[in-house]
Ligand binder design. Sequence first.
Ligand SMILES: Cc1cc2nc3c(=O)[nH]c(=O)nc-3n(C[C@H](O)[C@H](O)[C@H](O)COP(=O)(O)OP(=O)(O)OC[C@H]3O[C@@H](n4cnc5c(N)ncnc54)[C@H](O)[C@@H]3O)c2cc1C
Length: 413
Amino acid sequence: MHQIVILGGGTGGTLTANRLRRAYGWDEAHITVVDQDDAHVYQPGLLFVPFGLTQPEDIVRPRGRQLRHGIDYLTTGVDHVATDRREVVLADGMTLAYDALVVATGSVLAPEETEGLTGPGWMERVFTFYTPEGAAGLEAALDTFDQGRLVVNVVEMPIKCPVAPLEFCFLADWFLRERGVRDAVELAYATPLDGAFTKPVAAEHLGGMLADRGIELVTEFNTGEVDGTGGRLISYDEREIPFDLAVVIPAHNGAPCIGRSPGLGDELGFVPTDQHTLQSTVAPEVFAVGDAASLPISKAGSVTHFEGEVLVENVQRFLAGKPLDGSYDGHANCFIETGFHKAMLIDFNYDVEPLPGHFPGEVGLPLLKESHLNHLGKLMFQWVYWHSLLPGRDIPGIHSAMPTAGKKHAADT
Ligand SMILES: Cc1cc2nc3c(=O)[nH]c(=O)nc-3n(C[C@H](O)[C@H](O)[C@H](O)COP(=O)(O)OP(=O)(O)OC[C@H]3O[C@@H](n4cnc5c(N)ncnc54)[C@H](O)[C@@H]3O)c2cc1C
């Protein structure tokens, strides 16, 4: 009987546990998931809360209920992992021995790392929509915001879903127009990147979309301080951006339990991981999935989903003493809500940047182009998340490997 322990019962932990449970007979593997709480938040839904398009309670479900029968679920904190003893030490001192460990502890927000961010003005004129409380507080603030400067700021990379702050800008533009106050509001987006996004083709498209909507783009802005009283973002190179309302995406770190585990994490608390097999480089029996893994790709639910397929195969191969499958190509896929009931879709991997065309083949959803169809896709994704992605079911036509049919390279256009 293999002992498989999964740390974290979010997107990655849940889909991995469910896929493994289906892969193994009950007498072949004992699977345990550990999470510190029982509230599974559909995080992409947080984007819609500030605009009154959904409520926090509509995007939360009990974690335990997302796990198949035959998976042990422990609601308790992980204190640390002793990789030398192949043992997880829980907050109550109990230990779990493992033959294979899957780290799926995600990333945590660290607003306290930025001077002033959680000081005066926090949750009054400085918010984040990356937590249910922050998103709900921002809804109330936006509702009465009729004039002034609204600034959206990414403090530093990496963050979860790097397109979410851009989506917030587009939705804010739409929301303020719907309310008839857009002309009285200046909108700005301040990012540490040198463009609107990391990849050149998408950065150009998204930068153009910000310009078309009259949203100022401030690049290479590394926030050193937030002055909530004076209404100023101050960068390390002493540039200032004034605001009346700030929407800040705080720095992200790996879960603190990784930092407490000798040798398991890098300097930010993410697990060094082979980018193709998802086996950690720390110990052969340790794997990492989702935001917890230190990989050169976006921290996103879609990435977590595509990684999960290869990771589950590799946990089985590892336990059977077989060579691992090195096929994860960095496939990532994001709907970008652009307002006015439209969205854009981008699909890329480690080597191929987001390109125009269609997904998943010659016929399908338009890529790098706003459409109503993509907006419907974004809305439908919540159902797919609870009913297909988390239970570990395959989604027809959508696989771990990035599809190339349907994509147009520069030479084709
Ligand atoms: C506003 C927002 C919008 C987003 N939009 C999109 C989108 O449109 N598309 C997309 O693909 N992705 C999106 N994402 C990103 C996506 O939600 C995450 O990348 C994904 O959930 C990562 O899954 P994970 O399993 O790695 O982490 P999580 O789902 O965050 O799970 C980590 C789990 O580990 C647990 N944990 C941590 N430490 C401990 C401990 N010490 N003990 C016990 N348990 C612990 C946590 O409680 C948590 O349940 C968005 C995220 C946000 C915040």
